[in-house]
Each structure stands twice: as C-alpha cells, then as structure tokens.
Design a protein around this ligand. Structure first.
Ligand code: F6P
Length: 373
C-alpha cells in the first residue's frame, strides 16, 4: 500500500529547512515509493488545505537554498485568528488530514511547533517532527538545524566589529538572537573573542560589566566588544520576570492565568530595547563611546552551512525511515553521529538552556571573558 505523507514548516524560518524537506521527500518517493504533499505556511495552510505536491522536479535544487519553499507562519492550531476571532482549528486540521488520506504528518519546527505537534498527536494523528531553530533551544536533541549557519553569521559579525571598535576606541554592543536561550550569543561571543558575553541564563550586573571594560582600558585596551543575547537581562529584570512566571505557573483560574500572561507581556515590552539602554548605561559608567549593532534576521537568512545541510539531510532521511516503520508521535533528534526517535511528550513544553557547568561557559571564564556576574 502506498503511504501518503504531509509535510509543513512552522515557526521562524531557519537555514536547512529545504534540505530537510528534500531529505524527507527524496527518501519517501525515490526510495520507498510514497507520495508527499506539502502544506503552505505552517499550520495555517493545513487549516486552509493549501497544498503542493512534492516530487523530483520541485525538490531539485533546493538543498542549498535558505528559508523554506513551503512558507511558514507562527499560527497555532488551537489558537488561530480566523475572521478576526481567535479559534481552535484542531478539528479542521483533523478533517484535512483525513481528506488528504495522510498516513503521517511531518512538522518541522522549534519548541512551539513541538507543542502544537503533540496536541495534534493527542487528536489521533500520526505525527513526526524534526528540531529546527537558530536558537538551538529544543529539548532532547544534541542540536537543531539552522544553529550552525546562524552561529557562523554571528561570529563573522563579531569578528568584523573588532576592527571598527578598535579604531574608534569604542564599546560595541552586538545583540544576537536566540529567544530565551543564550547558545547563539555564547557560541559567537566565544568564537569571535567578545570581551563580555551576556546571556539569559546568567542575569547580569551592569556595574560589573562596566568594571570589566574599565579594567581593559587601564591595561591599554580601550575598546570592548559586548555580545548580548536578545533574551539577556539584568539581575533586577530577572527577578521581576521570575516572579511573573511563577505567578503564571501557580495560576489556577483562567482569569489569573490571563493576568499573569499580561504581566509577562508588559515586562517583555519593557525589555524590547534593553540593548540600547545597556549601551547608554555603559557609556555613562565607563566614559567610552558606545555603539549598538542588532544582527536581527540577518542571522536566519541565506545559504545553510555544510553542517546544517548534513544535519537536516540526516534527520530528514531518518524521519522517512521511521514513517516506513510506522513509528509516530516522536521527534527525530540528533544524537551523536546518528539520530534517535524521542517521544513528543518528552520534548513539548521544555526548553534547552545552557547549563551552568557547560564547557563553553567554563572556557569563556578561563579566557577572561566577563559574563556579567
Ligand atoms: O526562533 C527564532 C528567532 O529568530 C528567535 O531567535 C527570535 O527571538 C525570533 O525568532 C524572532 O521572531 P520573528 O521572526 O517572528 O520576529
């Protein structure tokens, strides 16, 4: 019996998505004789039943291409804006899955997608996922595709900022993506030799950072590169965030949850341009001129690195092998040189942060990098 597979990409795009789609597709129709359709724009396309047949022609030449040929969105199946209202569209998704006679649905995404995928699995669909995100924060996998490419881009930026910071005797504060995790900032900061690295996992004290910069000036190095993760926060901010998060976790009633969510959203809003504030404060405290560079979506764009193409192809081909064996309800994780099928329940709702004893943290401290604590 021919198997029918659906595939979608959800959440922020990430270099390597096309390599993964190709890995799944080519293995499916070329090796196992399965049929594959793609859904446009993540879960939104699954609700609208906007499909594209994937075959040898439209999967040719996409290995090296950034972004996703399917398009993506941050829409959630259970909370989707339809006709101006927020609606639970899960039942429509189940209907479309059945209408397309699918045997399995492959969802490529980060932490949010793993949660959405689990919800669909609980509705009885055969779901299999892969971990993609430049943030590298998906639980239960060694790494995610997209991370290596973004790491290369951010590292090159830190490298390039050195010469201009040095020439002008300035502080340059470079903001690096990563959502609530510091993998990208730590990796690029360490690889690029940043003098200060600020991470969400280690709330910082601005005065300590200023002291470290002033110490460098005293020893004749009157410029500094500060690599700051977008999710990094001062010790004071961290206390407020943790309190609001604890409130949300403890909330029993819907209204309490709503209130806690609103408080968190307000704090996130206040945090939005913290990098500019940090730069101004460092100017005041050190007397040096400071400039800000926000790398933003540059880090997600363009050609995937060789490592990401290899990883995405490894996971994509293993994914189709698992579908052939009818192994569902799992994420295809990267484990050492191979892959591992991890139950979605063990992945969804978890975030992989940098552990305090991670070797990159230890190395950063050994080479004298200030981590703001
Ligand atoms: O998850 C990937 C990511 O690039 C994060 O690093 C960042 O916080 C977020 O997406 C940005 O999202 P958007 O593209 O929706 O602005």
């Amino acid at each position: 019996m021919t198997k029918y597979i659906g595939i979608l990409t959800a959440g922020g795009d990430s270099p390597g998505l096309n390599a993964a789609i190709r890995g799944v597709g080519k293995t499916a129709f070329g090796y196992y004789g399965m049929q594959v359709i793609g859904f446009r724009d993540g879960f939104r396309g699954l609700v609208d039943n906007r499909t594209v047949r994937l075959d040898a022609d439209n999967l040719a030449g996409i290995l090296t291409v950034g972004g996703t040929i399917l398009g993506t969105s941050r829409d959630k199946p259970h909370r989707m804006t339809v006709g101006g209202k927020t609606r639970d569209m899960t039942d429509v998704i189940v209907e479309n899955y059945e209408a397309n006679h699918l045997d399995a649905l492959v969802c490529l995404g980060g932490g949010g997608t793993q949660k959405n995928a689990l919800r669909l699995m609980q509705k009885g669909l055969n779901i299999i996922t892969m971990p993609k995100t430049i943030d590298n924060d998906v639980a239960m996998t060694d790494t995610t595709f997209g991370f290596d490419t973004a790491l290369g881009i951010a590292t090159e930026a830190v490298d390039r900022l050195h010469s201009t910071a040095h020439s002008h005797h300035r502080i340059i504060v470079v903001e690096i993506m990563g959502h609530r995790a510091g993998w990208l900032a730590l990796g690029a900061g360490l690889a690029g030799g940043a003098d200060v690295i600020l991470l969400p996992e280690i709330p910082y004290d601005t005065e300590r950072v200023a002291e470290a910069i002033t110490k460098r000036v005293r020893s004749g190095r009157n410029f500094s590169i500060v690599a700051v993760a977008e999710g990094a926060m001062s010790q004071n901010e961290a206390v407020r965030f943790q309190a609001a998060e604890a409130k949300k976790a403890k909330a029993e009633k819907k209204s309490q949850k709503k209130e806690a969510r609103a408080e968190l959203a307000e704090l996130a809003q206040q945090h939005a341009d913290h990098t500019l504030g940090l730069s101004r404060r460092l100017e005041e405290l050190t007397g040096l001129e400071s400039r800000v560079t926000i790398l933003g979506h540059l880090q997600r764009g363009g050609t995937p690195s060789a490592a990401d193409r290899l990883l995405a192809t490894r996971l994509g081909t293993a994914c189709t092998d698992l579908i052939n064996q009818e192994v569902y309800g799992v994420m295809v994780a990267a484990r050492g040189e191979g892959t591992e099928a991890v139950p979605l329940e063990q992945v969804a709702g978890k975030r992989k942060l940098i552990p305090p004893d991670h070797p990159w943290i230890a190395s950063a401290r050994r080479v004298g990098t200030n981590l703001g604590d």
